[in-house]
Write a protein that binds this ligand. Sequence first.
Ligand SMILES: Nc1ncnc2c1ncn2[C@@H]1O[C@H](COP(=O)(O)OP(=O)(O)OP(=O)(O)O)[C@@H](O)[C@H]1O
Length: 296
Amino acid sequence: MSTSPATISASGSTTDRVGSLADVHEAAERVLPDLPTDPVMEALDLNVYYGDFHAVHNVNLAFGRNEITALIGPSGCGKSTVLRCLNRMNDLVAGARVEGEVSYHGQNIYARGVDPIAVRTQVGMVFQKPNPFPKSIYDNVAYGPRVTGMKVENMDDLVEEALRGAALWDEVKDKLKQSAYGLSGGQQQRLCIARTIATKPDVILMDEPCSALDPIATSRVEDLMISLREDYTIIVVTHNMQQAARVSDRTAFFTARPDETTGNRTGLLVEYNLTSNIFSNPNDKRTEDYISGRFG
Ligand SMILES: Nc1ncnc2c1ncn2[C@@H]1O[C@H](COP(=O)(O)OP(=O)(O)OP(=O)(O)O)[C@@H](O)[C@H]1O
């Protein structure tokens, strides 16, 4: 299977206030159009159900190339559910049903005949808790290329490139054969990022990638995200609004609306805009209340 983007079908509650507009933000220095002009991915009329429960209602979003998009909102508003739709991870969740389309370079990844494994090779994912395999550092990084049958001329070079890309090489180059479990939490998360980029994806999904990390490790991963943006499109779920403000170019704010009869809370997208606008001049009162810490 080729790794070319065009060939995919070939076969929380932490509502820390965004204190100063000074940290809103480095990303504003990038001049971006109001909407992504050449989106890598789009969610089109996306609805997600878990059994009878309507978890996410009619989300439409476009993700710009070489941009970082943050998905924010209160707990249970469907951020992770939406993220998991973008590489068909919800296929693995019992009872989950997705309606609508997710387009990747114009192609619906939910169309008949699309191989979800091929999708996940192009659209990689980094999870909340670092989850290295019980293998050596080297074998963690080499794992994806090996199991996907990627043509690799020199695995040592590929492992080094991925570890350098994840800003981890200098810390691990002398202990590549040691267990990944010997690394700190922050190093493990960067190893997971190295593992993800080793298969040369196009898009990286990150589900609260720093929530298990201390502030120093968080800062390193945030720096890494900003440097990875040069080569990848990144979509990140975060509860940390400072983080969304610091790293993202665009922000999507979600909320959950209770059903009047059942009380079930269905997630919906309230507002999607440049991060600078979301944090300095939101259009919707619900966004303003959330980012100012009055709600959520
Ligand atoms: N596997 C599942 N089975 C049933 N319901 C689920 C499942 N996963 C999520 N949900 C429900 O779907 C809704 C959205 O959950 P989701 O985890 O996507 O929200 P979230 O905004 O990411 O929340 P948090 O910020 O707390 O992680 C919630 O009501 C949740 O209970």
